[in-house]
Design a protein around this ligand. Sequence first.
Ligand code: NAP
Ligand code: MG
Length: 403
Amino acid sequence: MAKIRMTTPLVEMDGDEMTRILWKWIKEILLEPYVELNTEYYDLGLPEREKTKDQVTVDSAAATKKYGVAVKCATITPNAARMPEYNLSQMWKSPNGTIRAYLDGTVFRAPILVKGITPYIPSWTKPITIARHAYGDVYKNVEMVVPEGSKAELVMTDKDGNETREVIHTFNGTDGIIQGLHNLDKSIDGFARSCFNYALSTKQDVWFATKDTISKKYDHRFKDIFNEIFEAEYKEKFEKAGIEYFYTLIDDAVARVIRSEGGYIWACKNYDGDVMSDMVSTAFGSLAMMTSVLVSPDGIYEYEAAHGTVQRHYYKYLKGEETSTNSVATIFAWSGALRKRGELDGNDELMAFADKLEKATIATIEDGVMTGDLYLLSNLENKKKVNSREFLEEINLRLKELM
Ligand code: NAP
Ligand code: MG
């Protein structure tokens, strides 16, 4: 059988620790036998970031902008413990943060559902994709502790030097606290576009919620910007695609999400997304089954797993011990990127391959063959735990059948 050709390259970002091992095996066992991989390779492993003074991360982001699609392996974000471990000259910033800032993108996280693993909310039969706005609000705040007897004011000075003031509070009889937040129209605008584009790309509704009844200027601004962009640029496209944009209050949204069957994109303000993504991923079962896609407002896609480098398993691997690390989210990062590459290039064969790879992966788990993390969660009766490499070989048995 001839291998599937790729006309345009895909940006490949390698990473660290256990996921770097899985990365190599996924390519060797599941991709290279079937696809003539055409990738522009960037090694984002920590040693290479140190060697290039992190230039490799910036270069990989620039290449992503050029080619439009990337797939990324999990990478170490250095902390104090990593400094001696990797003999680092600097505590390099998170590659994800650098790439996200470069592409000005929004991260969409979605669980992969399989039979035998029931979400804690059993009515959730379809994935809930969370989009978190990654700029501003409490994450870029200024705050103060206020002594009793103080008056706190909000002061804005415009470019001509005119001041607008408003009293926040006069602290009589008790100490207190204050906090200043901001956001930018441009950032909210980009967030809205990323959400609407991703909705069209995945044919799912978008839900968005704020507390605009209480926050009549700040949260209301989010509501208005989403609404204006939708009405002006996306309404007709959504109608054609048979999907909807739905706005409601955040507390109503939470209640509806719990009652829902899933199958939509939940666009969240920064804090809501931080909190709700942990709730949703826990309810769906395992971090190892969460995918993550960074989507820029101009339609550039970077696919990865939501989990980290699985350090504990890597140290076992280095000692020659057997590991049972779940590669599903990393496989789906590859299938997502290959499908998108195929879609952009009109390469039907490549898109069909991505579908088959996902189908074979899910079938393996549904046949009862799984890694240790899923073995603990699955309610299948004939389940069997396999090691990291056996799992990939089992997927390949099923993939071969589909090809
Ligand atoms: P982690 O790698 O996500 O792993 C935390 C724990 O979750 C693991 O020890 C394991 O539990 C379980 N787990 C996660 N993924 C799994 C998988 N695929 N298969 C089986 N079990 C899995 O998080 P971490 O240990 O906090 O972080 C390790 C490194 O990853 C850090 O250096 C961090 O900076 C980095 N990180 C990178 C990204 C990214 O690149 N996007 C994201 C998060 C963290 P058990 O040990 O109980 O089996
Ligand atoms: Mg969180």
